[in-house]
Design a protein around this ligand. Structure first.
Ligand code: 3PG
Length: 305
């Protein structure tokens, strides 16, 4: 079988080497497309692929039509909103993700951003310490759980809300349970967003919710830009000069926000939460192994469609 690793944002060299070893070691062919510049280039590379490994790369209906042999797509990472599941299912392709494999990397970025914001981007002015502050986690999946563990190491008080996570899991992780989103926002000095982008969550975090944050709070988004109502974010940052918004998922109005709010906003140039040697290796090799297992005996433990 031909397995294509197609990443606009490449994995580390070491990760690619190890993925190749896993794929070729199982008798499959491995090809690589990195830093491609158009969807057409990706479609062409997929034309004869039996399996595909992607990151945030867009696998849409046009891609599935252009790749008639495609039997499995693995998103090396957690969020699979970049893959058209309906089109994949129609095309008879299995879609999987690799949950948990890059979570610690993203969690470390959350803590890094919290400290960067608390220290006023290291501009020499007086900041504050995160120790003893209240951290709110919106959703309690793999990344959140790592953030909670790290934050507790810093002596933060951690609370979370997640309708899909049993409260016992939060308790086991030493995390308090917020009764409502409103309560979580109004009692968090640092609020970290971890919800996926779904039809229900897109645009769901706006002025009303953000406005509940206590004085001097930091809102961190390492999840997806789509969950924020960007126009309302600009409004509330204007109304509340004490608030900060730090994101690994650059909003569409990033330039405007930067110009209007300076160091109160921070955006990584490119989504970088999972861009560590360790996360690349973990997620990439997991994806390669999942493909090999699928072709070996139909194992599809992480199937999402
Ligand atoms: C994920 O969903 O796993 C993260 O957002 C990482 O995405 P990336 O692989 O594009 O860096």
């Amino acid at each position: 079988m031909k397995v294509l690793i197609a990443t606009e944002k490449p994995f580390s060299k070491k990760a690619v080497e190890c993925m190749r070893e896993v794929i070729e070691g199982a008798g499959h062919e491995c090809s690589l497309l990195e830093k491609y510049t158009s969807p057409e280039e990706l479609r062409q590379a997929c034309a004869d692929a039996d399996a595909l490994i992607v990151r945030s790369d867009i696998a849409d209906a046009a891609l599935f039509s252009a790749a008639p042999n495609l039997k499995i797509v693995v998103r090396a990472g957690a969020g699979y909103d970049n893959i058209d599941l309906e089109a994949a299912t129609k095309a008879g392709a299995v879609v999987e993700n690799t949950p948990g494999q890059n979570s610690n990397a993203v969690a470390e970025l959350v803590i890094g951003m919290a400290i960067l914001a608390a220290r006023n981007n290291y501009d020499g002015t007086t900041g504050f310490e995160i120790t003893g502050k209240r951290l709110g986690l919106q959703a309690f999946g793999q990344v959140s759980r790592h953030v909670a563990a790290l934050a507790k190491g810093f002596g933060m008080e951690v609370k979370a809300i997640d309708p899909y996570c049993p409260v016992e899991v939060m308790a086991d992780n030493g995390v308090g349970v917020a009764e409502s989103l409103s309560e979580l926002y109004s009692t968090s000095d640092v609020l970290s967003i971890h919800i996926p982008a779904t039809p229900e969550t897109v645009g769901s975090i706006g002025k009303e919710l953000i406005g509940k944050l206590p004085k001097g709070a930091i809102l961190i988004n390492t999840a997806r830009k789509e969950v924020i109502n960007e126009a309302e974010l600009a409004e509330i940052l204007q109304e509340r000069p004490d608030l900060k918004y730090f994101a690994d998922v650059k909003p569409k109005n990033a330039d405007e926000l930067k110009e209007r709010f300076g160091n109160r906003v921070f955006f990584t140039p490119k989504k970088t939460g999972a861009q560590t040697a360790e996360a690349n290796l973990n997620a990439g090799v997991a994806a390669a192994r999942q493909i090999v297992a699928y072709f070996a005996d139909g194992t599809d433990r992480f199937r999402v469609n």
